[in-house]
Structure formats: structure tokens, C-alpha cells
Design a protein around this ligand. Structure first.
Ligand code: SF4
Ligand code: SF4
Length: 450
């Protein structure tokens, strides 16, 4: 089997974003293969842990990917301050006789955005609305590469490394089975230190605030990189709960069109036509969502990577350009409008001076108290009694169950397959046990626990 077939059989998807199936991502040739080890969300330590612990396996897997892609260069991209990880990768790379390059970045946010990473590491710019392969490159993060390393050894994706941090007694990195509940993950991290808290999935800046009313959505998936506990009245939660009508009134009353949001936007600084201050202007003036989606400058919200800089860091009036962009993107998709990005320019001349230190970003996001937790706090997880595995943990169509309630399964056994001819990913049992449910999700209980 070749590499995409192995990845397909193992159910590998991108661990970072939307969970793009690896068999499709690795299907096209590329000149450059970049391993994204920048992990720029301020509180996440998952990729840092993986790079320090599995450097040799990552290097071997990266070389296999490079060879498969026919790439001329393989570059591991890390932040300069990840000293232990750099030493580990350097040590492992030495065995491969100069085939692996290292690129070290300053500790700025969002260094791990794949378009920023590609420009910093190789000076290539992705066209507006495009993906790195259009600039001849393929980018995978360390977590995804570890799944590839497993796939090369015939092991499917059954577990996930993730960071549990914030207001927990024992923050750190954990390896847990897919489908484990957030509640159990929090308990593994020593439990919450405070009574009133909220949780975020992913990092504090780009992560998703969880709805306490939907605990069934709060289980570990193939793309869960972190669970963060914050006080219930935290700024990030309050910001998220401002109703649309207030956002519009605030945009009308308080947006001074200073354009600091656009001057700080990493996409705009790389030459994208996205200008969040113009999206805000359109949002403030449009009488309806229909009118808003007809304004070209507003449509450019489609080019936003939702890094949050414009609202968490830049805006002096505490407005929410990023949230407005998300809203406009949703409207454009809902209305089936075909977005044709305008051509981009080159990177801005003042770009090097506009980069934002990660620690300052953490401070603006109100998460500085948790920023200095190291990446070497790893905790083994005792056996898990029950998992509820969602059938949609990836881009494409949900997987179809191939087991029935009452059936016994072993860890690693295929339990859901890709619908014929569709984009998707295979799913495997993450624990041994009895299938209790095989509908919209697959619930497995370890025997003797039901
Ligand atoms: S930074 Fe804030 S006030 Fe200035 S243009 Fe952007 S949204 Fe408006
Ligand atoms: S969130 Fe704001 S700063 Fe980030 S890409 Fe979007 S518009 Fe630019």
C-alpha cells in the first residue's frame, strides 16, 4: 500500500483544523513539505510535547511523506523558544544526512497559521482564498504527522494527545481515547479549581466555546487539540455572548474607521484583499444581511482565518471584526453565493514590524496566568470505561457505522466506514468493549462497566 492508502485505512485526518482526510491531502505532488511545529495558540502544548517525545518517529514519517510527494525540501518549522523540541528534532534529523531542514521562528502570533508559516519558512505566498499546495507546498502539523507515523506501522487513529489546562489542578498533556468525555478529561487533570467555569475546545483565541447544555458534543475527537477551563465570567465568554443587534449598534456608534484592525491583520499583511475595517463599515451601513452579502468588501470576509487579532488585540474600541467576519462567511455559504476572491498584492513592507508577540496576545486574551505551564507535564490515562465516538470528526460526509448494538469490538477495529465515493474518514474503536449504540454516534462500554 502507498502512503495515502495507509492513511485512508488508518483514518488519518489533519489534527489542526477541519480534519481534512489525509488520503486526499497527500494525493498531489508538492515541491516543499513543511512540518508545522509552531503551535501558536498561546496555551496549547500538545505538538510541543509530541515533538520532544517522538522526534525520531516524526522525522522518519516526514521523510516518507517527502518521498511520496516527490518534494525537494523538507522543513521542520518551530518557534525559537522551543529549545527542548529543537534539540530533539536536530538529534533525530542528524541520522538522515542533511535531508531535514530546520526553520526557527520568533515567538509571534499566529506563527502557526499555515499561510504565515509558509511565507516565513520559504518566502512563498498563497493566493487569496487558496491553500498552500497552490504555492507548491504541503503543510502538516506534528500531531497529524504522528498519526501518519502510526499509519505507516499499520496502527489506526484511536487516541488523541491533547492539552488540558486553565483552571484545573493538574494541567498537562494527556493521551486519551477518541470519544472520552470532556468531564473525564477534566477529572484526569485533577478537576476544576473553581465552581463556575466555562470550557473551550482548542486554543483560547481560535477555540470554540462549549455550550453546557450540549454535553454530548463535548467528547474528544480526532481534531481536539485542547480543553481549556476558564472562569465563567471570563472576557472570552462575555465577548462571545454579545447579541448581533448590539454588535451592529456598536459598529454604527463606535467604529471610528481607524483601520488598525486591517493594519494588524496577518492575511492583509501578506497581500490578501481582506480589510476588516471595510467589512465593519459595510456591516454598520447595510440594512439587511442580504444587502451586506452584496458588498464586495464584505464578501472578502471569506478570506479571514479567524485568528482573532483584529478584535482581541487591535481594535481600540473593543469591537468584534472577527466575529462579524464569521457571521458574513456563514451568510455567504447559507445563501450559496459563489465567492471569487479578488487578486492579492504582495506582502506589506511594514509586515515585520507588525507581528504580535505571543505573550502579549495571551495577555490581551486574558489567559496570561496559564501561559507559562510547560509542555513536559504528561499524564498517563487509566483505562476508560465508556466512549461516545461521533461519526463526523473530519471534513466531508459523516462515516457510516459498520457495527451493531450488542456487538463486541476490540480497540483498533473498524467501526464506521466512508460512504461510497464520498470524502470522509474511517473510524476505529478506541477501547475494547460492547457496542451500546450505533446510530449518530458509536457508544462503546468496557465490559463489566455497563
Ligand atoms: S480597529 Fe476597531 S474601530 Fe478601528 S476600524 Fe477596525 S473595527 Fe473599527
Ligand atoms: S480574524 Fe481579523 S485579523 Fe485575523 S485574519 Fe480575520 S480579519 Fe484578519
Amino acid at each position: 500500500m502507498n502512503l495515502p492508502q495507509l492513511a485512508l485505512e488508518a483514518g488519518v485526518v489533519g489534527c489542526g483544523g477541519a480534519g481534512f482526510p489525509a488520503q486526499v491531502k497527500y494525493a498531489k505532488p508538492a515541491e516543499l513539505f513543511l512540518v508545522n511545529g509552531a503551535e501558536c495558540e498561546p496555551l496549547l502544548r500538545t505538538d510541543q510535547y509530541i515533538m520532544a517525545r517522538f522526534a525520531e518517529r516524526l522525522c522518519a514519517a516526514a521523510l516518507a511523506v517527502k518521498e511520496h510527494l516527490g518534494a525537494k525540501r523538507l522543513i521542520f518549522v518551530l518557534k525559537e523558544r522551543y529549545r527542548r523540541q529543537i534539540e530533539a528534532i536536530k538529534g533525530a534529523a542528524a541520522k538522515f544526512e542533511g535531508e531535514i531542514e530546520l526553520c526557527l521562528l520568533d515567538s509571534v502570533y499566529p506563527a502557526g497559521d499555515e499561510q504565515v508559516l509558509l511565507y516565513e519558512a520559504a518566502g512563498r505566498v498563497v493566493p487569496p482564498g487558496g491553500i498552500p499546495i497552490q504555492a507548491g507546498a504541503l503543510v502538516s502539523n506534528a500531531g497529524t504527522l504522528l498519526s501518519v507515523a502510526d499509519a505507516l506501522e499499520g496502527k489506526p487513529v484511536t487516541h488523541k494527545y491533547l492539552t488540558v489546562t486553565g483552571e484545573v489542578a493538574r494541567p498537562g498533556v494527556f493521551r486519551v481515547p477518541l470519544g472520552m468525555s470532556y468531564g473525564e478529561c477534566i477529572a484526569l487533570a485533577g478537576g476544576a479549581k473553581i465552581g463556575d467555569y466555562c470550557t473551550l475546545t482548542g486554543g483560547p483565541v481560535m477555540g470554540r466555546l462549549n455550550d453546557p447544555e450540549s454535553p454530548e458534543d463535548q467528547v474528544v475527537t480526532k481534531t481536539t487539540s485542547g480543553i481549556i477551563l476558564l472562569p465563567g465570567d471570563h472576557y472570552l465568554r462575555r465577548r462571545n455572548e454579545i447579541p448581533l443587534i448590539h454588535m451592529r449598534n456598536r459598529a454604527r456608534a463606535a467604529c471610528i474607521q481607524c483601520a488598525i484592525c486591517s493594519a494588524s491583520c496577518p492575511r492583509s499583511l501578506l497581500g490578501s484583499p481582506l480589510r476588516p475595517h471595510l467589512v465593519m463599515r459595510a456591516f454598520a451601513s447595510a440594512q439587511s444581511m442580504e444587502e451586506l452579502t452584496r458588498i464586495e468588501a464584505a464578501r472578502n470576509a471569506m478570506l479571514c482565518c479567524e485568528c482573532g487579532i483584529c478584535e482581541i488585540y487591535a481594535c481600540p474600541m473593543e469591537l468584534q471584526p472577527c466575529r462579524i467576519n464569521v457571521l458574513v462567511k456563514g451568510e455567504i455559504r447559507r445563501r450559496g453565493i459563489k465567492f471569487q476572491p479578488p487578486p492579492g498584492g504582495g506582502p506589506a513592507i511594514d509586515r515585520p514590524y507588525r507581528r504580535i508577540p505571543s505573550e502579549r496576545m495571551a495577555s490581551r486574551a486574558g489567559v496570561l496566568p496559564y501561559y507559562h505551564i510547560p509542555a513536559d507535564e504528561f499524564h498517563d490515562v487509566p483505562a476508560c470505561g465508556r466512549v461516545a465516538i461521533p461519526l463526523q470528526m473530519h471534513a466531508g460526509l459523516p462515516s457510516l457505522p459498520c457495527v451493531k448494538a450488542g456487538q463486541r469490538v476490540r480497540q483498533g477495529e473498524l467501526i464506521a466506514d466512508i460512504p461510497a465515493g464520498a470524502l470522509g474518514a474511517k473510524i476505529h474503536a478506541s477501547i475494547d468493549g460492547l457496542v451500546r449504540e450505533a446510530g449518530n454516534r458509536i457508544v462503546i462500554e468496557a465490559e463489566g462497566k455497563g
